[in-house]
Design a protein around this ligand. Structure first.
Ligand code: NAP
Length: 259
């Protein structure tokens, strides 16, 4: 299918690895020029060059922490005007509800709620003036069904979800759509680190830890960054202009709900 976005320009945050990289690759395959970002320069430059070589699109790579004001300023300066914004960053650490104080919540809100909102505020007005734009926020299945040890993530992502629900309706008349993609378990570095924790705590092998987690997913496997990226690219396509303010789960059926 021709996604109809060849020649558009996208900022994909936190995209040297994992789900962000999957989104960058799928957009590049559709002919979209990219601004990619991550904190660590080496893997970011490598990912950017691989995408240039594979898809022949322009890629600007900006090493910066997107959750800081300075980092965002650096990325926005390099990005200029974009047609597509994919918001992403690392998730907050796990813990117990008794562990978290005000500063922990402020850090989580800054990273997973206020950073995407700041980027939306910086980039969406020009999309509205041009009459076309796409915003996709990578959140989590924890928005639909809480993951108890991820209380900071549950809280910050729910806040972003509420913001997007209202704001997406305000910008839709100008041809800008805003939606959230909710990953369940995907085979990225984050999944490896979660499995490592389980394997150490329970004294089982990594394969056993993964098999136990796969058994809880109706699809009986982890998702891939490629299928996640393809969904993101579709949401950014010309065909998705009527999808507004939605929360789309990619979880192999992991969240057990009817709606
Ligand atoms: P990942 O494989 O660990 O990749 C994270 C990417 O983001 C890397 O490129 C990393 O590069 C970059 N990054 C992290 N923090 C950043 C920051 N502050 N500024 C700029 N770049 C940053 O993670 P993932 O699995 O793709 O997860 C992406 C998001 O989805 C996370 O918020 C995660 O909590 C959420 N999620 C993931 C899953 C899953 O199963 N994978 C499930 C639910 C939710 P640097 O380290 O070099 O910055």
């Amino acid at each position: 299918m021709d996604l109809g976005i060849k020649g558009k320009r996208a900022l994909v945050c936190a995209s040297s690895k994992g789900l962000g990289l999957g989104c960058a690759e799928a957009l590049a395959e559709a002919g979209v020029d990219l601004v990619m970002n991550a904190r660590t320069d080496g893997p970011l430059q490598e990912a950017a060059q691989t995408i240039r070589d594979r898809f022949g699109v322009e890629v600007v790579a900006v090493a910066a922490d997107i959750t800081t004001e300075d980092g965002r300023a650096k990325v926005l300066k390099a990005a200029g005007e974009v047609d597509i914004l994919v918001n992403n960053a690392g998730g907050p650490p796990p813990g117990m509800w008794t562990d978290w104080e005000r500063d922990d919540f402020i850090a989580a809100l800054d990273a997973n709620m206020l950073t995407p909102i700041a980027l939306i505020k910086a980039l969406v007005p020009a999309m509205m003036e041009r009459g076309w734009g796409r915003v996709v926020n990578i959140t989590s299945q924890s928005v639909k069904a809480p993951i108890a040890v991820l209380g900071l993530s549950n809280s910050a992502r729910a806040g972003l979800t509420g913001y997007v629900a209202g704001t997406s309706r305000q910008v839709a008349p100008s041809g800008v759509t805003m939606n959230n993609l909710l990953p369940g378990i995907h085979a990225t570095d984050r999944a490896v680190s979660l499995d490592t924790g389980v394997s150490t705590q329970q004294g089982i092998t990594m394969d056993e830890a993964r098999a136990a987690r796969e058994a809880t997913i109706p699809a009986r496997r982890y998702g891939t960054r490629e299928e996640f990226g393809a969904t993101c690219a579709f949401l950014c396509s010309k065909h998705a202009g009527f999808i507004v303010g939605q929360n789309i789960l990619l979880d192999g059926g992991g969240v057990n709900s009817t709606l």
